[in-house]
Design a protein around this ligand. Structure first.
Ligand SMILES: Cc1cc2nc3c(=O)[nH]c(=O)nc-3n(C[C@H](O)[C@H](O)[C@H](O)COP(=O)(O)OP(=O)(O)OC[C@H]3O[C@@H](n4cnc5c(N)ncnc54)[C@H](O)[C@@H]3O)c2cc1C
Ligand SMILES: *[C@@H]1O[C@H](CO)[C@@H](O)[C@H](O)[C@H]1NC(C)=O
Length: 543
């Protein structure tokens, strides 16, 4: 590469980084604007509300936010993280302060469900459950003209006396959990991004910086407090309701509303984290090769090849529409910070440090700081969609996937404000089954898997359909490319799935049967299967 080119790339990189920074600041500012606009539906008088909503009002005073409480309502609507979900307008928000009150709410919803069933009226999706509200799936945790169960008051963080577990409310955000636990010198196996909620992440699987040491986040839940369809509050653990305890590890919103999680904890310690930023134009092939070779090595039987402190690698290709360029961002972490704060040997011995890069930062920081930093990469209040697929560690498929990504971003080059990260993460056989048994379907995992994830932001409503269909088409093309090279895999990481995906198809028959059985036992009339929207439903059609 000539020095002139080098200069060009360096300048471009600076422009990119600055624009991304400015853009984020602008979006952050927008996200924080107070709700001043009166709500269009604020005029519905309470006496015109459906009967079940009037029952909620009567039986749960102080817990119901109606559209006519303009400011509180608007604020509650804007606690959805993605802009398109803030545009969905529920009939009311139910925000109970304890599990008994939530039980009353569920009983009223069940009564409504039963009477609709008897009358032959539509029963589909008239309420939704929201913990952190971050899931960007369209209507994942909100529902047009329905009831949103908002768990934001379930935000306790209570360490056990012996420090071995921590009980955390479903509506807490991970950053608040970690900040509170810093005071105790503890950490839990939880999310890596500040705004994300405990409930959704933990029920869908969840990947943590500590996953190589302890497994999926869900596999580290010692017990759950759950409100069932009949309104009763139960605990599920290895000894009480053990089948419910297992299916909640990946079973999302299919069995009840979880109010509290008791999570395994460990002493907190600083971690080492690095980010490498490189131009995609002439480093993409090398980055893919390095990634592929690393996974092959880390899943081999060579002594020391798998290192339970090595989190990541996360390889992102990011297309930034404003400047029409693609960048590579690689994130590496190590949960046992080296004393000299330098690169841990494990990562030094890989191909990552030898990539030609614009910038390369590494630091020893607290887990909380790392989570805050990661959280800043995606601001709240933007139009945002995800979508995921899984492939085996096949270099040709990875290259094909990258080419499909390039083609997609070319097609979308006129979409204003498009920022399109295309991200590779891995599940290694060394950790896939650590922790308590779950229903994710990875029992037989003996090879490294690559989770491919799109996490796309854009500006204008008019591009919604175009972007969403392009992401879907991209994922379908990757699946076809993977099948052609026998490197497809049925598992889908539910946390990154979008509304049209069917993650349970990849959980294996045995796990689906376990979930179906638990659903029949704990929710025999299918309140959560039918009445609750979002969070991916079991398919009973093959019963
Ligand atoms: C910026 C960003 C960063 C992310 N980082 C990570 C990460 O580091 N690791 C990771 O694994 N994933 C990550 N994710 C994905 C994340 O795990 C999912 O989006 C998750 O669903 C969000 O949880 P939540 O509680 O905020 O979501 P919500 O939108 O509140 O809920 C999501 C779904 O879960 C169901 N649900 C939620 N709470 C309950 C409950 N208490 N009882 C029953 N059902 C419930 C709901 O039905 C809903 O459909 C990230 C996503 C984004 C957008
Ligand atoms: C509610 O359902 C659970 C699980 O099936 C059951 O154990 C409990 O007795 C039921 N409670 C009531 C009040 O019916």
């Amino acid at each position: 590469m000539t020095s002139q080119n080098l200069y060009l790339y360096t300048v471009t990189a600076l422009v990119v980084l600055t624009s991304v920074f400015i853009l984020r600041r602008k979006q952050d500012a927008k996200g924080q604007q107070p709700a001043t606009k009166p709500h269009p539906l604020a005029s519905v008088p309470p006496e015109k509300l459906p009967e079940y909503i009037r029952s909620l009002l009567a039986e749960l005073p102080g817990c119901i936010i109606l559209q006519s409480d303009v400011e509180a309502f608007q604020q509650a609507v804007e606690s959805s993280w993605a802009q398109q979900n803030r545009e969905i307008v529920p009939a009311c928000i139910v925000r109970p302060g304890d599990a008994q009150k939530l039980g009353i709410a569920v009983t009223i919803l069940k009564r409504e469900y039963d009477s609709r069933s008897q009358a032959g009226a539509p029963i589909e999706g008239f309420f939704a459950i929201r913990s952190g509200g971050v899931n960007p799936g369209l209507g994942a945790s909100t529902v047009q003209d329905g009831v949103v169960i908002d768990l934001s008051k379930f935000c306790e963080v209570t360490p056990a006396v012996d420090g071995s577990t921590v009980t955390v409310g479903a509506g807490a955000k991970w950053i608040d959990v970690y900040k509170r636990l810093d005071e105790e010198g503890l950490v839990v196996i939880g999310g890596r991004n500040s705004p994300v909620g405990v409930g959704g992440l933990t029920l869908q699987g969840g990947i943590s910086f500590y996953s190589p040491r302890f497994g999926f986040v869900c596999s580290n839940v010692v017990s759950y407090e759950v409100v069932l369809a009949n309104g009763s509050v139960v605990t599920a653990s290895a000894s009480v309701h053990p089948e419910l305890w297992q299916v909640l590890k990946g079973g999302s919103s299919n069995f009840g509303i979880v109010t509290r999680f008791t999570l395994r904890s460990l002493p907190s310690a600083p971690l080492w984290a690095a980010q490498i930023i490189a131009p995609a134009s002439f480093q993409h092939a090398k980055a893919i090769k390095v990634y592929h070779d690393y996974l092959e090595h880390a899943s081999s039987n060579q002594p020391g090849a798998f290192d339970e402190n090595a989190a990541g690698p996360i390889l992102s290709f990011v297309y930034v529409q404003r400047i029409g360029l693609k960048l590579i961002s690689i994130n590496l972490a190590y949960t046992k910070a080296p004393e000299d704060k330098e690169w841990p040997l494990h990562w030094k011995d890989t191909g990552f440090p030898s990539l030609w890069s614009f910038s390369r930062r590494s630091a020893v920081e607290s887990h909380t700081t790392a989570v805050e930093r990661f959280g800043r990469t995606a601001p709240a209040g933007t139009r945002f969609t995800m979508g995921t697929t899984t492939i085996r560690n096949n270099a040709e498929t990875m290259r094909a996937a990258y080419a499909i990504f390039c083609q997609t971003t070319t097609e979308l080059r006129h979409v204003k404000g498009l920022i399109f990260p295309f991200v590779f993460q891995t599940i290694l056989p060394g950790w896939a089954n650590k922790g308590y048994p779950n229903v994710l379907g990875l029992e037989g995992c003996t090879e490294p898997l690559i989770i491919i994830n799109c996490a796309v932001t854009w500006t204008e409503t008019k591009d919604d359909v175009l972007v969403r269909s392009a992401v879907r088409h991209l994922l379908e093309q990757i699946d076809t490319a993977a099948v052609a090279r026998q490197s497809d895999h049925p598992y889908r990481f539910m946390n990154y799935c979008t509304e049209w995906q069917r993650p349970y198809e990849g959980c294996g028959e045995k796990n689906v049967k376990l979930m179906q059985k638990a659903s029949q036992e704990y929710d025999p009339d299918g309140l959560f299967q039918n009445g609750c929207t979002g969070g991916f439903k079991l398919d009973f059609s093959s019963r």
